[in-house]
Design a protein around this ligand. Structure first.
Ligand code: SAM
Length: 464
């Protein structure tokens, strides 16, 4: 597979298969205190740590790095599945073309708008569009562009979606340029596995059979001027340590060639999927403890990158993971096209992509974040203020983005509390706002109070 030197990764994993000394561990963790990016070798060493005490040190460092860069905010988003018509056959996926039991749905633009309005009504402001891959590239592109426009056109009591990210099939540069004009934020695509033999074994039909085509998608997006990209492995398909080190290699390649790495990293774990025996018994299923270590090590290895955890994970584990460096989480997700409308006919068992474990409502998730002292954020200011790509990285790397995140997150939280929260969440939220104010300097407080007054006066969507 392009950019991935399997031989180097394997020899690293073999030669490093010894205990990491305390001196080595402390040297690496000291480096992370300065928010410095780790090398592939250093990442491998952290992955090999097993002792409870040393794992606790890694967790504490990950939490420190996350809070130093982004502050206490956790960005909230919701996926919107628009179509499960697929021309690929991936052995782990409920949408696989060879899964003849799946009922296929491709939402109309009007239905996409209706789904969006349901989400707006709950308080969502950031959407991740997800679609399976149809055969015709032109049909894919026209559909994605129309879908993004429909989402932005949706309106509930003056509330609109602020940012649409998209997780869809690879495209050529010209198509990405057209997609960019529809106003997308991040283009996200998961490599699934960076291990070539495994990749070819699991992707048996359709355009997705070519692993390099998938890697090229990220290059094409950058070349088309989309500078926020999201990547990730689907954990469970191959040795997780191999996947993380290979992804680090991919990141090094991107940094070398485009000056920046990914805006976000996702760490989806494989879940049971309708019609897939493989998904119920993945070859490399990883435990929650291993998973926590992987998330924390990623936070330390690429400190400036957003880390996303989806509702594939249980509520309890997600509550723990936000302390280990996660910066974005989804809420109230459905992975069935049309799934947000209880009146929209669907059979979840036959139409969903995979199973989900965190079934809490947005309000319940927000309550739990607030209880842990985190500020749920619906902010999209960076993207609207052109703080994307290199501009974003230049602020994130020295930990300066936090100054804006602190204010914007509190403003979006107050808007949520006023417009959507249950009375209980409203009370907890205002208590946290009061506590959070104490952390701000006078200049920030002045801006915050101006924006808070806007909200009291009925004005929404102020940001810096
Ligand atoms: N067509 C797009 C593409 O090829 O990238 C979208 C893919 S799919 C709708 C989104 C992601 O779901 C996949 O990239 C994969 O990582 C993940 N996924 C698929 N099956 C899964 C399963 N059984 N459990 C968890 N995640 C799964």
């Amino acid at each position: 597979m392009k950019h991935i030197d399997e031989h180097r990764i394997n020899s690293l994993l073999n030669t490093l298969n010894t205990k990491v000394t305390n001196i080595e561990l402390n040297t690496i963790l000291n480096k992370t205190k300065d928010l410095q990016r780790l090398s592939i070798e250093e990442t491998a060493k952290l992955l090999l740590v097993k002792e409870h005490q040393n794992l606790q040190k890694i967790y504490a460092a990950a939490s420190y790095v996350k809070n130093t860069i982004y502050g206490k905010r956790i960005v909230m988003f919701v996926p919107l599945y628009i179509s499960n018509h697929c021309s690929n056959s991936c052995l782990y996926c409920g949408f696989a073309a060879n899964n003849k039991r799946t009922i296929r749905k491709k939402l109309t633009f009007e239905e996409i708008k209706q789904q969006t309005e349901i989400l707006l009504k709950k308080g969502h402001k950031r959407i991740l569009v997800v679609a399976a891959e149809m055969t015709s590239s032109k049909e894919n592109l026209d559909y994605y562009v129309g879908a993004v426009k429909s989402i932005y056109s949706a309106n509930y009591n003056g509330n609109k979606i602020k940012r649409v990210n998209i997780n869809v099939a690879p495209m050529d540069i010209e198509s990405f340029k057209i997609l960019k004009t529809s106003g997308i934020g991040t283009y996200q695509i998961f490599q699934e596995t960076y291990h070539e033999e495994t990749y070819r074994k699991l992707h048996i039909a359709g355009a997705k059979t070519d692993p390099n085509n998938r890697l090229d998608a990220i290059d094409n997006a950058f070349k088309a001027g989309i500078d926020d990209v999201g990547i990730g492995p689907l954990l469970g398909l191959y040795d997780p340590y191999f996947e993380i080190l290979a992804m680090m290699m991919h990141i090094e390649y991107l940094e070398k060639n485009y000056g920046i790495g990914p805006h976000t990293i996702s760490v989806p774990r494989i879940e049971p999927a309708p019609g897939s025996t493989y998904a119920s018994n993945p070859e490399y299923k990883i435990s929650d403890e291993e998973f926590k270590k992987i998330v924390a090590v990623l936070r330390l290895s690429v400190p400036y990158t957003g880390i996303i955890i989806s509702t594939r994970e249980t509520a309890q584990l997600r509550d723990e993971l936000v302390n280990l460096g996660v910066s974005q989480i989804s809420a109230e997700s459905k992975v069935t096209p049309g799934g947000y409308d209880i009146n929209f006919s669907h059979n979840d068992n036959l139409e969903r992509q995979f199973s989900l474990n965190d079934q809490r409502t947005l309000d319940e998730i927000i309550k739990s974040l607030l209880a842990q002292g985190y500020v749920p954020s619906f902010c999209a200011a960076c993207y609207r203020k052109n703080r994307t790509g290199e501009n974003f990285m230049n602020l994130a790397k020295p930990g300066q983005i936090k100054n804006m995140c602190d204010i914007n997150a509190l403003v979006t939280l107050k808007e949520y509390l006023e417009d959507f929260a249950s009375p209980e969440v409203k009370e907890i939220g205002y208590n946290l706002i009061e506590k959070s104010r104490a952390r701000l300097d006078n200049a920030s407080l002045k801006i915050l109070d101006k924006f808070f007054k806007d909200i009291d006066d009925g004005i929404r969507d102020s940001y810096i």
